[in-house]
Design a protein around this ligand. Structure first.
Ligand SMILES: *[C@@H]1O[C@H](CO)[C@@H](O)[C@H](O)[C@H]1NC(C)=O
Length: 476
């Protein structure tokens, strides 16, 4: 008996390692579904989340192809109440018991809007973060007040300047020099203490990197510049507030995006009232205060667990709670998994595949395909060229009034899909491989990175497990 128990125990621990049940020894909840280093509460420590380079590159591509769209009309992935994440400790839900996604067990506690730190969210592709600041205990801090349950604000709350420092540090990391971030200061009323708000932004972002209300008036005549223009001018941050001019209007703009109508998003093609010219923010809410009696975010506001429809609709600010690698993967409409599989250079050719409607690099740029053609007057009017040809940006296969192009957002890709007629087409990705801001650095092409390491358990692990059990039975 004892002799047989020993191999049984070792088989059990092997099972745990293989299936990843107890990954990192004490990671819990959403932190147990990813690869990271956990703190004493079992939550991923700030900046330790491993992220699939394929996903990072695909979402980067989706930002870069919007380079000529004004920054107030781009699609930017937004973290609702980004500061209220479990990586900031107990006051921010580190000891929560609600299991994401809902429906929740009613008696659970869900103070947090997020599992992962702002730095990890930025690494996952989020570029808009919401921060609620409150002045208390002699300092400007971050706290979740002004909601049905005021948790209070005190010395245990993180300093506003520490949050801005985190973001500023991320912006300076190698590879992030060109990244643009929008910050939404959700201050319920102007609390004064201007130096405690403007000061950290100036210190950690740099005065010149912030596109201030004065810049917008004087340099851009009140018209929001494109991402390309911002980059040329060294501008990387836009700060907006809920409604009023805050802190002397030195850095904070009054927000121009419509965030009303939470819970009113409708799938493509209705798109919750999103049009080409308006700005729409739809948000979810993960919080849950005991027994549902006080507040349950998922029923009151919604739980966004898939971004694909918001991407098809080019919703400007899909403002989600519980940003995870799994969620962000649903935001990819461009590269197929493992693509680009051929390193990108100025001679690369990219096609939109007619079966999965994803982007692929082609080893044969001489093969004959139709071109994706965009109207010169209506950016959402697409055709495919009648004749086919090798990939060649100097050829004019598109009809008069149309140009060889690439869908700059999920909505335009839907319009292109609708006219594809069962054949793959060339996309004009060349402008993003040449010029001032080329994206030619490609992610590691090992397509097993993600499936093997991030999502567990995987079927291969179950297979190994099955074989081990089979061998075990054969031995006895
Ligand atoms: C947090 O949760 C752990 C595990 O349930 C518990 O041991 C600890 O006392 C909790 N901490 C606080 C401050 O509530």
């Amino acid at each position: 008996m004892e002799i047989k128990l020993l191999p049984l125990f070792s088989t059990l621990s092997l099972i745990q390692v293989l299936v990843g049940v107890t990954h990192g020894a004490e990671c819990i909840g959403l932190s147990a579904d990813v690869v990271c280093e956990c703190d004493g509460y079992g939550r991923c420590k700030k900046g330790t989340l491993e992220i699939d380079p394929w996903m990072q590159f695909a979402l980067k591509t989706q930002r870069e192809i919007q380079i000529d769209i004004p920054v107030d009309r781009m699609q930017i992935f937004d973290a609702h109440n980004a500061y209220n994440n479990r990586a900031y400790g107990l006051a921010y839900g580190a000891n929560d018991t609600c299991q994401w996604p809902p429906p929740y067990d009613n008696v659970c506690l869900g103070l947090a809007n997020h599992e992962f730190s702002i730095i990890d969210m930025l690494n996952m592709g989020v570029r808009a973060v919401e921060i609620d600041n409150w002045y208390c205990d002699g300092e400007m801090r971050i706290a979740h007040l002004g909601t049905p349950l005021a948790i209070g604000c005190g010395e245990f709350n993180v300093l506003f300047s520490d949050v801005i420092a985190d973001i500023g540090q991320w912006m300076q990391e190698p590879g992030n020099e060109n990244e643009f971030i929008q910050i939404y200061i959700n201050e319920k009323y102007d609390q004064g203490n201007d130096a405690e708000v403007n000061g950290p932004m100036e210190r950690y972002f740099g005065h010149d990197a912030i596109l201030s209300p004065a810049d917008l008036r004087n340099t851009y005549n009140g018209v929001w510049p494109t991402l390309r223009r911002m980059r040329e001018d060294g501008k990387r941050v836009v700060v907006v507030s809920g409604g009023d001019t805050l802190h002397q209007g030195k850095y904070i703009h009054v927000k121009g995006c419509d965030g009303s109508g939470s819970n009113q998003f409708t799938n493509y093609p209705q798109c919750g009232g999103k049009t080409e010219t308006n700005c729409k923010r739809f948000r979810g809410d993960a919080t849950h205060y005991v027994f549902n009696v006080i507040y349950d975010g998922p029923t009151a506001t919604g739980a966004i667990t898939d971004l694909s429809e918001m991407v098809k609709c080019r919703i400007n600010l899909p403002a989600t709670d519980m940003v995870t690698p799994q969620l962000m993967k649903t935001a990819v409409y461009t590269w197929a998994y493992g693509e680009p599989s051929i390193p990108l250079d100025e001679d690369s050719c990219v096609m939109l595949n007619h079966e999965d409607f994803r982007w692929y690099t082609s080893a044969d740029c001489d093969q004959s395909l139709s071109y994706a053609c965009q109207s010169s007057t209506d950016p959402n009017d697409w055709m495919v060229s009648e004749s086919t040809g090798p990939y060649d940006v100097t050829r004019e296969l598109c009809p008069i009034g149309y140009k060889f192009s690439v869908p700059h957002n999920g909505f335009r890709q839907e319009k292109l899909k609708e006219v594809m007629n069962g054949a793959s087409v060339w996309l004009n990705f060349t402008p993003w491989l040449t010029g001032d801001f080329p994206i030619t650095e490609t992610p590691p092409t090992d397509p097993t990175f993600n499936s093997a390491n991030i999502i567990k358990p995987t079927w291969t692990k179950y297979l190994v497990l099955f074989l081990i059990l089979l061998l075990g039975f054969m031995n006895y």
